[in-house]
Design a protein around this ligand. Structure first.
Ligand SMILES: C[S@@+](CC[C@H](N)C(=O)[O-])C[C@H]1O[C@@H](n2cnc3c(N)ncnc32)[C@H](O)[C@@H]1O
Length: 243
């Protein structure tokens, strides 16, 4: 947890511009729509960061609470939610059956997955909805390079995810109606590499991985070399499930 907090402390000031998916309005609207939230819903945005997901719900539902461990990130989330709570997702200070909706975009890769999913299940009301959205590898052929890039990008990461990992963890926890949606996002490596937390040596290693990658990785990720930049079609999996 300390490693993740230190990483995001360095990124906080640039976070909202640190990749294309971060500010992708279509993606954010899709997460809102999948949550099924209505005007009376009590919503929890886990790993809220600068509040970009919470903001989509704020004012349109009964109450939005953001949860995070990094004060520097949340500093940028003012006006995006009704309430902020500082706590790790693995041990949340909420009573059982509190929320109608729990959302989390790009947070669970930094958490202990089993305890986090168990906590999400506990704090959701019976019939409540979880919407969890994360970058994953596409499959066996790209997993090694994708995970190596992800490790260089953020050494605080605890989980390297395949498309079925979160759906499977939700089913094991007893969630029902588990549904996953694939969302491909064109990401500029030049943009996300400059996030404030990656030093020059790691930047070079990441660029080198793309330059020396094989044909299949380039096909799967639709890798394009455009001037000084590299474009990678990354895969986000959005998982919806009911308690
Ligand atoms: C990539 S940002 C995602 C922010 C936001 N959800 C979004 O989609 O823009 C990851 C966030 O997870 C938070 N985080 C990392 N580990 C956490 C944990 N164990 N519990 C709660 N939040 C955590 C970080 O502080 C950071 O703000």
């Amino acid at each position: 947890m300390k490693k993740a907090e230190a990483h995001f402390r360095k990124r906080a000031h640039k976070y909202n511009r640190s990749s294309n998916w971060v500010s992708d309005e279509k993606l954010i609207a899709r997460i809102f729509e999948l949550s099924g939230a209505g005007k009376d819903s009590i919503v929890l945005d886990i790993a809220t960061g600068t509040g970009l997901i919470a903001k989509e719900f704020y004012g349109r539902v009964g109450k939005v609470t953001g949860l995070d461990i990094c004060r520097d990130m949340v500093e940028h989330a003012k006006g995006c939610m009704d309430e902020i709570v500082f706590s790790p997702v693995e041990q949340m200070p909420f009573a059982d059956d509190t929320f109608d909706v729990c959302v989390c975009r790009q947070g669970l890769q930094f958490a202990e997955l089993g305890p986090a999913i168990s906590e999400i299940h506990r704090v959701l009301k019976p019939g409540g909805t979880a919407v969890l959205c994360h970058l994953t590898a596409y499959g066996e052929e790209d997993r090694e390079l994708t995970f190596r890039i992800q490790e260089l990008r953020n050494p605080a990461r605890k989980n390297y995810l395949m498309p079925d990992d979160i759906p499977a963890a939700l089913r094991r926890q007893g969630f029902r109606d588990v549904q996953d949606i694939r969302y491909v996002t064109d990401e500029s490596v030049g943009k996300w590499i400059d996030n404030g937390a990656i030093e020059e040596e790691r930047m070079q290693k990441i660029r080198e991985i793309y330059r020396s990658s094989g044909r299949r990785f380039r096909e799967i990720h639709n890798v394009r070399f455009e001037g000084d930049d590299i474009i990678d079609a990354m895969l986000l999996v959005i998982v919806k499930a009911r308690k």
